[in-house]
Design a protein around this ligand. Structure first.
Ligand code: 6MZ
Length: 365
């Protein structure tokens, strides 16, 4: 495992509330239980259950959201999630989350994202670079942001780039989706780079969000779609025709979908453990990673929900290597190649490429 942790990695598909530590979730549940607001024994059972179908995963998210949707918890979770990814040498993280409104807590979609940003600012174990590169370089107030090297106060500091994607949940209305896109546009100078369409794939119709997604793209935001998480041939075709900047999952594709995907060259975010645990693929060996990798189609290994599925990005690399007979050099190249599909600007890409080249030398690859 040590080697998989040691290589630099890029995470492009991680849901904030799915990446929460079990220990934090249990602590939050216990606190609400002590206040008599929930029945802790019932919730503990749901949190600790190991095998979950896709439907059960979304029931768990409903529980998680009851426990986590307040400013203090959102800030804490964002901080911990970044610390956890950084501790396993993730050097670039695109974190996605669904902005939430809760009038009784004075929470608006904007204040929810502001709490996430506060979480990023609260990280102390590593330098977090989350605003656009040009602003990072010119910022005088933040010494952390001398981005081209990691030297801070004379000592080497670890650094992680973080960018945010705002998710539209498939339960939302078209108006709510547009509100999220407008918020993303407003918050571009705080590291928001794009929009994700996610949520229970058995719910709603993606077409509801087409106008908001089109507008987002026209305004220069990146767009990634959860695509083919359940069998839905027409939706998969329509989503591919939309030509999103990336898609996630692609589990229930048929021959025609693969042809369309491959000819479009849309990069795919692949989540091996998540897909296996939700029974979206029969086994890891049979995962479409193998075919796409062989075909040299752009793919990126990701965790999806490292907390919910008890995994880590290092673990996903280890599993992929073992299941598909790939060596360290090939896996390192796969990690490095992910840099080409990030939604950040060219200067961040260049910085990351340098970082990977240096690591390759150090690891004698
Ligand atoms: C689709 C998923 C997902 O946004 O509250 N989410 N959507 N498929 C998946 N595969 C298992 N995993 C997570 O994080 C949790 C939310 O992310 C989406 C769901 O909408 C879930 O409620 P945030 O930070």
């Amino acid at each position: 495992m040590e080697w998989w942790v040691s290589i630099p990695k890029v995470e492009l598909h991680a849901h904030l509330n799915g990446s929460i530590r079990d220990s934090t979730l249990l602590e939050l549940a216990k606190a609400l239980g002590d206040k008599g607001l929930i029945d802790f024994s019932q919730v503990e059972h749901v949190i600790l259950k190991n095998d979950r179908s896709l439907t059960e995963v979304f029931k768990l998210f409903d529980v998680i959201h009851i426990l986590t949707t307040d400013h203090t918890s959102v800030k804490r979770i964002a901080k911990e999630v970044v610390e956890d990814f950084a501790s396993e040498n993730v050097v670039y993280l695109e974190l996605r989350t669904t902005p939430k409104k809760n009038d009784s807590l004075g929470m608006s979609k904007r204040s929810y994202i502001e709490a996430v940003l506060e979480g990023l600012r609260a990280v102390s174990s590593v330098d977090v670079a989350f605003t656009p590169y040009s602003e990072e370089l010119t910022s005088l107030s933040n010494p952390v942001l001398s981005v081209t090297n990691d030297i801070c106060n004379g000592s080497m500091r670890k650094k992680i780039f973080v960018r945010l994607l705002l998710s539209i949940d498939r339960r939302e209305t078209a108006e709510a989706a547009m509100e999220t896109v407008m918020l993303a546009l407003e918050m571009r100078s705080f590291g928001v780079v794009g929009i994700d369409l996610s949520g229970n794939p058995a719910v709603g119709e993606w077409i509801t969000y087409l106008q908001a997604l089109r507008f987002a793209r026209e305004q220069g935001l990146y767009v990634t779609l959860h695509c083919g998480e359940v069998p839905n041939s027409k939706e998969i075709h329509d989503m591919l025709d939309f030509l999103p900047h990336r898609i996630g999952h692609a589990c229930f594709f048929d021959e025609e979908h693969w042809i369309k995907l491959k000819s479009s060259n849309i990069p795919v975010e692949l989540c091996l453990t998540s897909n296996f645990r939700t029974l979206s693929v029969p086994s890891i060996d049979a995962h479409h990673f193998g075919d796409l990798y062989q075909a040299k189609h752009p793919v990126v290994l990701c965790t999806d929900d490292s907390g919910v599925f008890s995994t880590s990005l290092s673990n996903e690399y280890k599993i992929a290597a073992a299941s598909f007979g790939l060596g360290r050099k090939e896996m390192f190249e796969l990690a490095k190649n992910a840099v080409e599909f990030i939604f950040a600007d060219i200067l961040v890409k260049e910085d990351l490429r340098r970082n990977f080249n240096l690591a390759a030398k150090n690891l004698e690859l």
